[in-house]
Design a protein around this ligand. Structure first.
Ligand code: ZN
Length: 398
């Protein structure tokens, strides 16, 4: 009963009603006080109060744990969330030979996070089938009714055309080019499917729960086995006309450089990802090395591993300098597994950024400086963001 009501309240047609606006605000933000709801929805406090009373009576909204109010005195504000029993959503990351599934409820609590291996050249149909199996198994393990599943967000490795929903040719899984994930996953999962590029999803996760909470404008820059990114403006992740906005890894930094997997030459990714350094490390240690291996050794003081991280950071900082010059963002969130190197990465990265960007720290006062910070979700940012796709956009593609 609640599920049906919640679904209809999250639908686009309900956006004009006070209850539709309150429910959508809670779906997007998780826990909010009545005052915050009034501020976000633009509704009068009396209308919010009346609407909340009705929603609580029908079991759609419940009281959550009180917000900490720091040193302030007085009664803590009552915090409200959507009823966790009212619905769940799933985020899926389809990566290279791997699928990850995160299940959350509508109060934004994470219920499960599972990973499974796939054949290296798996098809979209296989991925959809495997996702269905993982969802079914997870819901059974947690004794949750599958009928409560409101929608599935899918993060994919490559640009997604925002107009027709098809993956672009620059995808890391070349055979997926031209595929509309929604038409493959929809019939198998029988739920609304929301799709976006993995870096865009990562930015959404950082904005909703991570290092960019409270920021409407920021840049995400991912350093991993590739280089990716996202631009957030006015609280929206920019897609660009064909879905490739924020693909920082494919800016040409050397027109005569080596051929990139995208078909161009000398892309930033060739110098600023950890792919080539990892090959050097494997050669040096005469065994296949992982990014974690190099980071651990660097933290233990291995000079060669430190140098590989430093050189990658310096190259990434040059690209970041261009981004700083073009966008002049207030915040740059560094994501990807390289961020696990902490200061070993961030110190040379910040120095290189400072050297190559137009406005220097000494040019402006504190609030006008670009801050560089490590993201909160270096391990599962994209999949968390796929959950966010459902919570923030539910209904649009239903
Ligand atoms: Zn490229």
């Amino acid at each position: 009963m609640h599920r049906i009501e919640l679904k209809s309240l999250l639908a686009d047609r309900a956006v004009g009603t006070p209850s539709g606006r309150v429910v959508r605000a809670l779906s997007e933000r998780g826990a909010l006080s009545a005052t915050q709801i009034a501020h976000i929805t633009g509704l009068a406090k009396s209308t919010v109060s009346m609407t909340l009373s009705e929603l609580r009576k029908s079991g759609i909204v419940v009281e959550g744990p009180s917000l900490e109010r720091g040193a302030s005195v007085g009664r803590p504000a009552t915090v409200l969330t959507l009823n966790p029993q009212a619905g769940t959503c799933v985020g899926v990351l389809i990566g290279l030979g791997q699928a990850r599934v995160i299940v959350a409820d509508v109060s934004h609590a994470i219920i499960a996070d599972t990973v499974t291996e796939l054949d290296p050249d798996f098809s979209p149909e296989q991925a959809a089938e495997e996702t269905r199996r993982m969802i079914k198994q997870t819901y059974a393990e947690h004794s949750m009714p599958l009928c409560g599943l409101l929608g599935v967000g899918v993060a994919v490795a490559g640009p997604v055309n925002p107009i027709d929903g098809r993956m672009q040719r620059a995808s890391v899984v070349p055979t997926w080019a031209g595929i509309d994930i929604r038409t493959v996953f929809g019939p198998v999962l029988q739920r609304p499917i929301l799709v976006d590029n993995e870096s865009n999803c990562a930015a959404l996760a950082e904005m909703m729960w991570g290092a960019a909470i409270g920021y409407e404008d920021f840049v995400l820059f991912k350093i991993d086995m590739g280089v990716g990114g996202a631009i957030v403006s006015g609280g929206r992740v920019l897609t660009g006309i064909a879905g490739s906005a924020g693909e920082f890894g494919h800016m040409t930094v050397d027109p005569d450089g080596p051929l990139c997997r995208c078909g161009n030459r000398g892309c930033l990714e060739l110098y600023a990802s950890f792919k080539t350094p990892l090959q050097h490390a494997s050669k040096r240690f005469d065994r296949p090395m992982t990014m974690d291996d190099v980071i651990v050794l660097a933290k233990e003081g291995d000079v060669g591993c430190r140098r590989l991280i430093e050189d990658t950071a310096t190259a990434a900082g040059r690209g970041l300098g261009m981004i700083g010059t073009i966008l002049n963002p207030g915040l740059i969130v560094i994501g990807g597994r390289m961020a696990l190197a902490g200061d070993l990465l961030m110190t040379p990265l910040a120095a290189s950024f400072e050297k190559h960007t137009l406005v220097k720290r000494s040019d402006v006062s504190g609030p006008a400086r670009t801050e560089l910070t490590i993201g909160k979700f270096t391990e599962n940012d994209s999949c968390m963001g796929a959950v966010g796709l459902v919570l923030r956009h539910h209904g649009r593609l239903a």
